[in-house]
Write a protein that binds this ligand. Sequence first.
Ligand SMILES: Nc1ncnc2c1ncn2[C@@H]1O[C@H](COP(=O)(O)OP(=O)(O)OP(=O)(O)O)[C@@H](O)[C@H]1O
Ligand SMILES: [Mg+2]
Length: 279
Amino acid sequence: MDTHSQTDIRDAAAPTLQLLLSVKNIEVVYDDVILVLRGLSLDVPQGAIVALLGANGAGKSTTLKAISGLLKTEDGEVTRGEINFNGERIDGIDPYKIVRRGIFQVMEGRRIISDMTSLENLRLGAFTRNDNQIGADIEMVYNYFPRLKERTGLAGYLSGGEQQMLAIGRALMARPKMILMDEPSMGLSPLLVKEVFSIIKQINRDLGVTILLVEQNARAALSVASHGYIMEQGKVVLDGTADELRDNEDVKEFYLGGAGDQRKSFKNLKSFKRRKRWL
Ligand SMILES: Nc1ncnc2c1ncn2[C@@H]1O[C@H](COP(=O)(O)OP(=O)(O)OP(=O)(O)O)[C@@H](O)[C@H]1O
Ligand SMILES: [Mg+2]
């Protein structure tokens, strides 16, 4: 075998983890004074599902809003660091322009429009598009979530699980490169959590949509994600592959049941050591 072909083989085997999203050391301030994110960094490879975990108030939703630009609507601002998407800086850009670049956020609490039908909500998701595939994509959403097709009344009357499905379906209608999901498990029964997460995985596989998933339900999130970050008080305190995090004793104690309300801070743990970054 000559050296040339060996080089080829090596190249083909080398993993090419191309980053779609890269958040570098961002600081976020609300109302000019409230510092919420304190140097947060995270990376999301193209095509991956990455989980962002952490307790109430850690800054998970703020991180998603910083990426989608929705911070602006809450008088929040990225005051340091940068956010790169698909090779371009996006921090400071208006939210509707970020949607056009291919990022769609599914908000916490779903935020579907309750006095419109499911179909109207789905059409609304396609507002940035002017192609003729919208009808076909509505059928695609109904394939993932058949029960949405049966519910023809106002979206406000859908069950919590159905509203979550509609919110995800509406995001798909934008044909995004990346979906930011804020606590899709919230308010769902364990059975429905399983169903919704299995569809999230399917959507990621079938359509190649990259997903950044914020969750308090670490078990559900790590069951579909390849990597995860754990944040506390506006910073990432631990990150690793989903398997590494699942096996980590501290993660088990604090996020996979066991600690309950006695949850302490990672920072106070002797056993806590920050893992090497995975990218
Ligand atoms: N619009 C806002 N103005 C001022 N402070 C805010 C605003 N939104 C969030 N905060 C504060 O920022 C911190 C982080 O909030 P954030 O909603 O990002 O946390 P979270 O990790 O998503 O929590 P949860 O799990 O409860 O949803 C909290 O202390 C919160 O009070
Ligand atoms: Mg939140």
